[in-house]
Design a protein around this ligand. Structure first.
Ligand code: ADP
Length: 404
């Protein structure tokens, strides 16, 4: 093996485990050294896929549990000569969705950290149990390597009270840890950290908006490198219209559905998280399919698109106003990086606010790294900045492991 020091990044969900082995010092456009997925856990046929630049391996034997899946995946990696034991693994980074009020930055995992993540389960009942499973299994399989938890929420622990508080009974909110936490923080931090360099300015001099538009979507306002507002809230359901999530709605809709439609809480939860957003309005959640439907004259698809763009502009507008002076807006993630039409429509007609797009630059598809899509004379610069959450997690994991 080479001298490269690798980090393993694990994203353990309720029905799948995704992972990558990366060189944290690598350029963000380099593919990971190894990537893999363990899915269909508990189903008659499991699925594990491991991929390196030169090889690929799949396994469809049943997977009784997450731990069986992870152990088998590590075994398959060894067969390909890239097992965790074969590599000089410096750290294992774990993506954790909810750090609640407890974690304002990444931490090296010990038993106390696992318990603290467990205590936050009420705030993230679907995500945190799966993360704990992943952390415990990985710690058992790789006991000699520091494990680091990187939280989706921690970049937003700096939100000022006026942005973080909901106008609810303060005692009830405090008792139940209800506040705006924000999510996709690793991505917003990673993107926003690159923008000052693109502008040739110091981070403390830059006011910016970052738009993470993937299946989940969120907006953030960042002043001088510090997050000051974001669209997601107590959970990742709030804010922008997403693939299957509704984003901001009148909370009374929930009572109305219960009282008038006789729906239970779980049904409503399912409706708002999985059957709403673009999918709810049009039947599809994938932007490429949505575009095809619009091109074929589907009115529901057009409505879904219009609602999506309108809601996005609402957030951009409010952040522009609250930031006072805006230097840059960046688009990232699957939709933000690839859907030029979304970027054009989100930024259309904003010349009076100093935002002038360049249609040719915006249509450019041949760039790997960040690129500008605004006109040279635009007072506010608009960029596409590809995100790489795994790389960001790997870098944190190695940084903290080396401080151990
Ligand atoms: P997540 O990580 O939240 O699952 P991604 O960041 O991978 O999501 O983004 C997924 C979304 O990106 C999907 O809605 C998909 O349609 C959209 N997407 C991916 N490629 C393109 C493309 N070339 N044009 C338009 N949308 C795209």
């Amino acid at each position: 093996m080479s001298d490269t020091k690798y980090a393993l990044v694990l994203n353990s969900g309720s029905s799948s485990i995704k992972f990558q082995v990366l060189d944290p010092a690598a350029d963000s456009t380099e593919p990971p050294f190894v990537s893999g997925i363990v899915e269909k856990i508990g189903e008659p046929k499991g699925h594990i896929k491991i991929q390196t630049e030169t090889s690929k391996m799949e396994d469809t034997r049943p997977l009784l549990s997450h731990s069986v899946g992870l152990e088998r995946a590590f075994g398959m990696m060894s067969l390909l000569g890239v097992g965790p034991q074969d590599l000089d693994l410096v750290a294992v980074g774990h993506r954790v969705v909810h750090g609640g009020p407890t974690f304002s930055g990444p931490v090296v995992i010990d038993d106390k950290v696992v318990e603290d993540i467990r205590d936050l389960i009420p705030l993230a009942p679907l995500h945190n149990p799966a993360h704990i499973d992943g952390i415990e299994n990985a710690r058992a399989l790789l006991p000699g390597v520091p494990h680091v938890a990187v939280f989706d929420t921690s970049f937003f622990s700096t939100l000022p009270d006026k942005a973080a508080f909901y106008a609810l009974d303060k005692d009830v909110a405090t008792e139940h840890n209800i506040r705006r936490y924000g999510f996709h923080g690793t991505s917003h931090e990673y993107i926003s950290a690159q923008v000052p360099g693109l502008l040739g300015k110091e981070p403390e001099d830059v006011n910016q908006i970052t738009l993470h538009l993937g299946n989940g979507a969120s907006a953030a306002a960042v002043r001088g490198g510090v997050a000051v507002d974001t669209s997601m809230g107590l959970t990742p359901l709030a804010g922008l219209v997403m693939g299957t999530r509704c984003g901001d709605i009148d909370p009374s809709i929930i009572f109305h559905l219960k009282r008038s439609a006789g729906m239970g809480v779980d049904d409503i939860d399912n409706l708002l998280n999985r059957k709403s957003g673009l999918k709810g309005l049009s039947g599809v959640n994938d932007f490429r399919e949505l575009k095809e439907m619009i091109d074929n004259g589907d009115e529901n698809a057009k409505l879904a698109y219009d609602v999506y763009i309108y809601q996005l502009r609402r957030f951009v507008g409010s952040y522009m106003l609250n930031l006072g002076r805006l230097d840059a807006i960046s688009f990232t993630a699957g939709v933000g990086e690839n859907a030029a039409q979304v970027r054009a429509d989100a930024m259309a007609g904003l010349e009076n606010f100093g935002i002038v797009m360049d249609a040719e630059r915006n249509a450019n598809r041949d760039v790997d790294g960040p690129f500008e899509i605004s006109a040279s004379d635009s007072a506010v610069k608009v960029f596409v900045v590809p995100t790489n959450e795994e790389l960001a997690i790997a870098r944190y994991a190695v940084k903290l492991a080396e401080q151990e």
